[in-house]
Design a protein around this ligand. Sequence first.
Ligand SMILES: Cc1cc2nc3c(=O)[nH]c(=O)nc-3n(C[C@H](O)[C@H](O)[C@H](O)COP(=O)(O)OP(=O)(O)OC[C@H]3O[C@@H](n4cnc5c(N)ncnc54)[C@H](O)[C@@H]3O)c2cc1C
Length: 483
Amino acid sequence: MKNISIWQDTVNDNNKYDELNENIDVDILIIGGGITGCSTFYQFKDDNRKIALVEKNRLGSGSSSRSSAKITFLQEDIYTKLNNIFGREKAYLYYRGEKEALKIISDIVKNEKIDCDFKTSKSYLYTLDSSNIKKIEKERDIVASFGEKTTPIKKLPNNIKVESGFYVNNTYTFHPLKYIKEIIRKSISLNHRVYENTKVIKIEKEGNSFKCYTETNIIKTKKIVLALHYPYFLLPYLMPLKCYLEKSFLVCSNVKKSYDFNAINIEKPLKSIRYYNDYLLTVSSSANLAFASNSKKMVDDLENNTNITNYDYVWSNYDLMTLDHLPLIGYIDDNLILSTGYNTWGNSNGILASTIIKDLINNKYNIYKELFDIRRAFNKQKLINYPLNIFSNLYSFIDSKINKNKSFYNGNPRFTRIDGKAVAIYKDEKGREHIIYNKCPHLCCSLVFNEIEKTWDCPCHGSRFDLDGKCIMGPSNYDISYK
Ligand SMILES: Cc1cc2nc3c(=O)[nH]c(=O)nc-3n(C[C@H](O)[C@H](O)[C@H](O)COP(=O)(O)OP(=O)(O)OC[C@H]3O[C@@H](n4cnc5c(N)ncnc54)[C@H](O)[C@@H]3O)c2cc1C
């Protein structure tokens, strides 16, 4: 069984980009090479300005290579939620944006002839619980009132009986890494450069422009797009208190028959599915990261929830959740744009964000600017969720210090101190010891061992490190390798 995503395992990795090894001066710097950063880079393909994209690992190595890779506007009961908080007009605007994103990607794939296993599929929303029938009907009514054709169902195309559900047409699935790598390949030019293994560790404002420091060089830029999923720079903006991370495990199992549909249920436990070639991809057992430090238990729960015990791939993914269910896209400072908070729907939202960012940079009107504005006012939902969020942040910090899961490890890894510093030692199957400093460089939380993926994970803000301490994901800009 592999503990990387099926996308990471099935992509041709020939296109590698050099790391930055000189000081450069650009007009626009995009930080982060996931779906948001790469789509934004693509949007500026024909622009005459100098543009650079820097990615701290490899392109797509963050959340974008670990999703279930649906591109759909049917996103659980999002329209009911938005309708309740903001009213019908804004719920409709969100729907319109998602539809626009689907059209954008479908046009790009067609016009650029991008080979990324892009398929049209129906999206299903369903419930297995009779007490949720009304919720399904409400969502269906709202989606139908937007002019969308919705068809009720009693079972999914793979014959699973449901209590209630419906489907919509013309949504998509794709291979996210193939897509990202291809749109970058099509957008590279002398003035538009991409640098992998290049992390920005500090941003300094200098008059109307910025100095961005990597470990070895300086990038001067007039505008910055922060497309880095979890914005570590934003401690002054109290970002960790305004959003939280949700973690889920995904499994891929070989199946005899594959179908062209994707589906998600409206309740917890989550059971979201799609097919890729001969594999059924299932997402389940989602939880606020603060309460998701026991990976083994999460996968046990997934097996219990889904009755899937035989699988070829298992991996986890995180996404940034906002308190009012809307993404955060816009200026956080003069010439500094942030885009994140996609609430597990980052493919469509990352693509839509790229067009909003383009308009913002070009000082053009954009109809979605206000909806996603990062500085939007507090609303009832945010006020209710804010204290809960502060509590979960505090909980994860304290929990990480107590590290109650130690007992689950049966002595491997072992926690000890060397030269007064907290370290953890993991002995692999070959008996080799891997030592790391057991403190996240981001905000000093202790780490928990992810027994499923054999990584060290920060339960506070989602930084992840491999067995030898190299940061593979999340806001930490530093490794924790023991030297
Ligand atoms: C279980 C699960 C399933 C999901 N399934 C779907 C789905 O089916 N459909 C859907 O639409 N969405 C889905 N999502 C959501 C989706 O995966 C994310 O919203 C999306 O990938 C976020 O993209 P991004 O570009 O913002 O972030 P990322 O893909 O994480 O990209 C950010 C990049 O920035 C880089 N970076 C960070 N800091 C720095 C730095 N200092 N310097 C340089 N580079 C840096 C990182 O290495 C990373 O590559 C799912 C999420 C989860 C948790």
